[in-house]
Write a protein that binds this ligand. Structure first.
Ligand code: BV8
Length: 230
């Protein structure tokens, strides 16, 4: 059975009003990565990190999926083979649009994690330093997202998907964060056709066999139409 693996990044959610990281005025221009997306940064200033994620959690909860998210739902429903989304995004918009097979390799804003006992639960809209874990009561609650230097989620399943993919598409990612940026090489080595769909060429554009440039809400529906036309 044919299979499509789709890696998405912040660019697919840009037209839903959610900021990207590395574009002009993006999230990383407002905060240093080291201060808000590393365990060391959280240990140093948990209040800053909770406020950074609280703001994004509220913003993501109010955002709506756009035509690109909806097109991927259509592809999953109508494609003759298996379609899996591997997303770097933590905004939850793929699930909100109705995608069923979504792997959140960097975690989700909707999740909370206990730094003491690894218990996971649905995050409240806002968390603050010392927020107690509902399981062990330790004041160690944090956002259930993967920070730099931390292990990714679902990697065994992802490597397996890449080894068996017939098509690998990367949508809205700058190709600067690993291991996600190297997925195209793994898929190509396994014989997959690779396509980059982005507003501008990513750092790994030369690894792709095909490129389609433009805003995701325009280009992704067109790509899905082509994939379904077979
Ligand atoms: C790990 C947290 C190991 C959640 C994030 C040197 C070389 C290689 C690797 C490394 C290195 N030094 C360190 C590393 C490893 C490091 C890394 O890759 N660093 C980089 C910076 C060099 N990686 C890690 O640490 C990873 N962990 O390796 O662990 C390990 C092994 C064993 C045991 C323990 C540990 C962890 C990486 C995850 C970090 N967490 N986020 C959150 O806050 O969101 S990463 C962060 O960047 C986000 O998750 C985001 O998703 C991700 C990638 O960014 P993009 O999604 O690509 O967004 P960006 O803004 O960059 O680009 C947007 C794109 O969209 C642009 O191309 C733009 O053109 C396009 N666009 C804009 N508008 C539109 C559009 N496209 C279409 N339509 C539009 N309208």
């Amino acid at each position: 059975m044919a299979s499509i693996v789709i890696l998405t990044g912040a660019g697919i959610s840009a037209e839903s009003g959610l900021g990207t990281f590395r574009d002009e005025g993006g999230l990383w221009s407002q905060h240093r990565i080291e201060d808000v997306a590393t365990p060391e940064g959280f240990a140093r200033n948990p209040d800053l990190v909770h406020r950074f994620y609280n703001a994004r959690r509220v913003q993501a909860a109010a955002a709506q999926p756009n035509a690109a998210h909806h097109a991927l739902v259509r592809l999953e429903a109508a494609y003759k083979g298996e379609v899996t989304i591997v997303t770097q995004n933590v905004d939850g918009l793929h699930a909100a649009a109705g995608s069923q097979r979504v792997l959140h390799m960097h975690g989700t804003l909707a999740g909370a994690l206990c730094g003491n006992c690894d218990h996971r639960w649905a995050a409240p809209p806002a968390m603050a330093p010392g927020h107690p874990c509902p399981a062990c009561a330790a004041p160690a609650a944090r956002p259930d997202v993967v920070w730099f230097g931390e292990m990714l989620y679902h990697m065994d399943e992802i490597w397996d998907l890449l080894r068996n993919a017939d098509v690998f598409a990367a949508i809205g990612t700058s190709g600067q964060v690993y291991p996600a940026a190297a997925f195209v090489q793994d898929a190509a080595r396994a014989g997959a056709h690779t396509v980059e769909i982005n507003l501008a060429p990513s750092a790994v554009v030369s690894d792709f066999a095909e490129t389609r440039f433009g805003p995701a809400s325009t280009v992704v529906p067109q790509w899905v139409d082509d994939m379904l036309r077979g």
